[in-house]
Ligand binder design. Structure first.
Ligand code: AKB
Length: 332
């Protein structure tokens, strides 16, 4: 049996009373490191454990606890949850939409078997379990502009199918066994310091890097493809606020969260306020254009706003200025 290895072998530490002990799976993807930073500020560095099957950079390794965790291996996860006395589990491991279409068998293993493992574990150890869902949990027969929380969900990607399965299983476990399951449907997330991988919304991150590097960007979506998007700091804040929301305030267990929506053409126009010479050419890719054409164009997040006070901060001008200044600072 595999032994969990930790930067700080600290299971003997006494967690501050009332503070959760958080384990983040898939922690080296686009979202884990930033969420860990925010949670560590609130609950203490040692109480937030990042995990992944990949090797962390020196910077991540030095910044707080990191452990190896394979979500497809139940015993590995169980050992970790027990030894580290985990009370909250944030399950970020997943293959995204385009990566899932390229490897359906792996997407099934990670997104469905991995989910079953964390659900069982959360039930066994009475954990608060947060799993993100996505705009990708909807499909061409869903109302698309805006998409409400409750409507037809017939996605046509393995990623979307696995996320609808996740929403339904989590809600079922909540109703049947009282599991504290919480799920937010994320839009495309825009971040400067961590790169997305294998998604359909990734163009909206890459455009900033290419615009600054070469002044030219080749977009795999048509100029008029509208999708819901969100700045990463809004995403992290939404996740923290939702995790902290008292259970009595939650009328749903799965909520849409929205910030803004735009097309590649509108994003390029906003970027040209800063980089007037930016050249964008559109070469739609069959798979990703097909996926985007069946996804929501905008999200109705009125339930999240009403129940737990969700409010985004970043509009398009703020998002573009922030991305450009952060990437410029990184490359100087
Ligand atoms: C993807 O494009 O697959 C993800 C998502 C919207 O869930 N970024």
């Amino acid at each position: 049996q595999r032994q969990a290895s930790t930067r700080h072998p600290d299971p003997g530490d006494t967690p501050t009373p009332g503070n959760p002990r958080v384990l983040i799976t898939g922690g080296l993807g686009q979202l884990g490191i930033g969420l860990a930073r925010l949670l560590r500020k609130q609950y203490g560095t040692e109480n937030v454990i990042l995990s992944d099957i990949k090797k962390p950079s020196d910077e991540v390794y030095k910044s707080g606890p990191f452990v190896y965790a394979d979500v497809t291996d139940y015993n590995n996860l169980r050992e970790l949850v027990t030894n580290q006395r985990v009370t909250w589990l944030v399950h970020y491991s997943a293959l995204l939409s385009a990566a899932g279409e390229a490897n359906v068998a792996l997407a099934r293993r990670v997104n469905i078997t991995g989910l079953h493992n964390v659900l069982d574990l959360a039930l066994e150890h009475s954990l608060r379990l947060f799993v993100p869902s996505t705009i990708g949990a909807f499909g061409p027969t869903s109302p698309r502009h805006p998409t409400p929380d409750l409507c037809v969900q017939r996605p046509r990607t393995i990623y979307g199918v696995s996320k609808v399965h996740c929403e339904l299983m989590g809600e079922y476990f909540h109703h049947k066994y009282g599991l504290d399951f919480r799920c937010l449907r994320y839009p495309g997330i825009i971040s400067a310091d961590s790169e997305p991988g294998g998604g359909t919304t990734d163009y909206a991150v890459k455009i900033f890097h290419d615009a600054l590097r070469s002044g030219r960007f080749e977009c795999y979506l048509r100029a008029d493809t509208r999708l819901p998007m969100m700045h990463i700091s809004d995403c992290h804040r939404a996740t923290l606020e939702f995790l902290q929301a008292p259970e009595r305030q939650l009328s749903l267990r799965t909520y849409n969260i929205a910030a803004l929506n735009f097309t590649p053409g509108e994003l390029a126009a906003e970027l040209r306020h800063h980089l007037p010479r930016l050249e964008v050419i559109y070469t739609p890719d069959r798979v990703r254009q097909g996926i985007a054409d069946g996804w929501p164009m905008s999200f109705d997040d009125s339930n999240a706003r009403r129940d737990w006070g969700w409010r985004p901060e970043f509009g398009l001008p703020e998002l573009v200025s922030d991305m450009l200044s952060t990437i410029k600072a990184q490359t100087q």
